[in-house]
Design a protein around this ligand. Structure first.
Ligand SMILES: Cc1cc2nc3c(=O)[nH]c(=O)nc-3n(C[C@H](O)[C@H](O)[C@H](O)COP(=O)(O)OP(=O)(O)OC[C@H]3O[C@@H](n4cnc5c(N)ncnc54)[C@H](O)[C@@H]3O)c2cc1C
Length: 344
């Protein structure tokens, strides 16, 4: 049977893939029911929030369930706000909602597409902040029996674009809500990008929020206009020796020293140095201004993007001996596939 339900509108790359079924779950019980019904039909199941971190490499021969569990609850103690948000809340709107209630601390993560429930999965980060800095706990449901449990921040095992939800709790579990702890004393994080130009004496959360939104709008292509999934590759983390060798040949190479002695490199810079900005393959292309963003330039297929990513990985390796790994999750006929293997 050929899948016929279109997924173009539920993935930010705008890939024209199809599935057998597409459902929306607005409660935990509906989510579990839909999952169990699909399993009973022997369909693979794919949970999605907004589809802004996935690449469909093929049609999906299964059931897609969009998590739309909503609801926001706010409690306070003397020094903190404790907020619970349903996994299906829109991430950016959630930040705006809190800002309007004078609850601050998430501004640096403004305008990242996606749902609240997806944010812990890759520990979203931007402008000097990561989700793990504000996450108090994550609630999950075991889909085959409906059992709900709560994981503390430590149990989430957050890392750079990583968490336990990409590993142990990947299959048969869904995130249903996220708890946040935000201090009532606001401490701006202004070390990165355009934020460092702001006047610290007059800074406000709203100014940080506005600056982030304006910067992101000017730098990143809007998926509504040009399909993309943000940064396609993770920034590679290499040994100090490799970093030193690269610096000898490329003195301008941006390098960020990590607490464990390793060094983070900027994947976009490496791609740019290979002269790949604007490079096109089939309907896919490297964004002309942001080398780290691959775009659906002209009715790209998922495989156009995969083939382009493979070329980029090869060229970066030839030049720098560094292997890039995708940040974006690849979805094949039966579910997630190994993205590194796919582009190797
Ligand atoms: C223009 C643009 C800019 C971006 N900028 C950033 C950035 O600055 N920083 C950053 O970190 N990311 C960024 N991203 C990536 C993306 O926005 C984040 O990864 C976001 O958290 C994905 O949310 P989503 O709801 O779209 O997840 P989806 O793409 O729907 O899902 C992502 C993965 O999580 C799984 N999943 C989704 N919901 C659940 C659930 N409830 N339970 C269990 N598993 C689930 C899916 O199966 C999939 O494997 C950007 C993307 C775009 C398009």
């Amino acid at each position: 049977m050929k899948p016929s339900i279109e997924l173009k509108s539920v993935n930010s790359f705008g890939i024209n893939a199809c599935a057998y079924e597409l459902h929306r779950a607005d409660s935990v019980s509906v989510l579990c029911d839909l999952w169990q019904q699909a399993i009973a039909k022997q369909y693979p199941v794919l949970l999605l929030g907004s589809g802004s971190n996935v690449l469909f490499t093929d049609n999906f021969h299964g059931s897609v369930i969009l998590n739309r569990i909503k609801g926001i609850d706010i409690q306070e103690t003397a020094d903190s706000w404790h907020i619970y948000a349903g996994a299906g809340e829109n991430w950016h709107q959630f930040i705006e909602f809190l800002l309007n209630k004078s609850i601050y601390g998430l501004e640096n993560l403004a305008l990242i597409p996606g749902c609240v429930g997806s944010a812990p999965i890759q520990n979203i980060g931007a402008y000097g902040m990561e989700l793990k800095n504000v996450c108090e706990y994550v609630d999950i449901v075991q889909l085959d029996n409906g059992e709900v449990s709560r994981l503390s921040t430590v149990e989430c095992e957050f890392g750079y674009r990583d968490s336990i939800f990409k590993h142990q709790y990947r299959d048969n579990y869904a995130i249903i809500g996220v708890g946040f702890k935000l201090s009532k004393i606001w401490t701006p994080i202004l070390a990165y990008g355009d934020l460092s130009q702001l006047d610290r004496t007059t800074i406000t959360p709203q100014k940080v929020f506005n600056t982030i939104c304006a910067t992101r709008r000017s730098k990143l292509p809007d998926p509504e206009q040009l399909g993309n999934a943000g940064s396609f590759f993770k920034n590679p983390i290499v040994s100090a020796t490799i970093a030193k060798n690269i610096r000898q040949d490329f003195p301008n190479c941006p390098q960020f020293f990590q607490a464990n002695g390793h060094v983070k490199l900027a994947a976009g810079w490496l791609i740019d140095m290979c002269g790949l900005k604007g490079y096109q393959l089939g309907g896919a292309a490297v964004h002309i201004h942001q080398a780290l963003v691959l775009i659906n330039q002209d009715s790209a297929t998922g495989m156009d993007i995969v083939n382009l990513a493979a070329i980029i990985r090869k060229k970066v390796f030839q030049r720098f001996s560094v292997l890039l790994e995708p940040e974006v999750r690849f979805m094949g006929i039966n579910g997630e596939i190994d993205s590194v293997e796919c582009i190797s």
